[in-house]
Design a protein around this ligand. Structure first.
Ligand code: NAP
Length: 253
């Protein structure tokens, strides 16, 4: 039997890499998709060295033509894509202290870029891959949102919060549209997870988050990946339209 195929965006590092690796370890063939071709290829080569079918693909998720080309390349190399993890995301910060821009000083192009990557990027991948899932009569989509999409979080900018809130609405709507075709759509809302993105924020801010997190620690990418494996496995076949926090209790609502 050929392996189920996953397409993971932002898979070059951080949470995306951990999710792609965990899916590979769970027996899936994996397309590692990232803006950064070198990171995508290096991650895929490491998986191949472990005996997994994998391919590294360079694509900016905000560019529909690039996403459609990557989707075609993944299917040609590995087979029909059944699992999509919309993970690629950005959270711009500036200065040595990793400060967000406040709404009144935010360059309009920064607002647009965050919405283009975090929200339109997920739409682009669904647009490119859901027809194939419908044809198979099965599919799993996992969108990586954030606890900052549901409540105020003083670390992130308004563009990021708005994009992650929108991803939650996107998840619920798509669960309704795609459910009749055997496709589940869920979101994960991570709290503070130790990745290069998180390290772009001042360490004092991350320490404040740690202290206000009931479990009194930051999360690891592998802990988000474990939930992703669950949401793409048979064990979650009747779960759709849900948002699962992996946040140690931080900003629970
Ligand atoms: P990260 O360390 O910055 O990794 C993100 C990866 O996505 C990078 O490899 C990056 O590549 C890639 N990427 C960025 N823009 C892209 C684009 N337009 N097209 C394709 N790939 C792109 O971030 P992370 O912390 O792992 O975050 C992963 C996801 O989790 C994001 O959606 C983030 O919002 C979400 N999240 C993270 C946290 C946290 O505390 N870390 C909390 C809540 C939610 P380049 O380096 O080439 O840009």
């Amino acid at each position: 039997m050929s392996a189920r195929v996953a397409f993971v965006t932002g898979a070059g590092r951080g949470i995306g890499r951990a999710q792609a690796d965990a899916l590979a370890d769970a027996g899936l063939a994996v397309a590692y998709v990232d803006h950064d071709a070198a990171l995508a290829n290096e991650a895929a080569e490491a998986a191949i060295a472990r005996g997994v079918a994998a391919i590294g693909l360079a694509a900016d998720v905000s560019d529909y033509a690039a996403v459609a080309a990557a989707a075609q390349a993944a299917a040609a190399a590995l087979g029909p894509v059944e699992v999509l993890v919309n993970n690629a995301g950005i959270s711009p910060k500036s200065g040595a202290d990793g400060r967000r821009a406040e709404a009144w000083e935010m360059p309009p192009e920064e607002w647009r870029r965050v919405i283009d990557v975090n929200l339109t990027g997920a739409f682009n991948c669904v647009r490119a891959l859901s027809p194939g899932m419908k044809a198979q009569g099965k599919g799993r989509i996992v969108n990586i949102a954030s606890v900052a999409g549901r409540t105020y979080c003083d670390i992130v900018g308004v563009h990021y919060a708005a994009s992650k809130a929108a991803l939650i609405g996107f998840t619920k709507h798509l669960a309704g549209e795609l459910g009749p075709y055997g496709i589940t759509v869920n979101a994960i809302a991570p709290g503070r997870i130790d990745t290069p993105m998180m390290r772009g924020t001042a360490s004092t801010a991350n320490e404040a988050v740690r202290l206000s997190t009931p479990l009194r620690r930051l999360g690891q990418p592998e802990e988000v990946a474990a939930t992703c494996v669950f949401l793409t496995s048979d064990a979650s076949a009747f779960v759709t339209g849900q948002v699962v926090d992996v946040a140690g209790g931080w900003l629970m609502t």
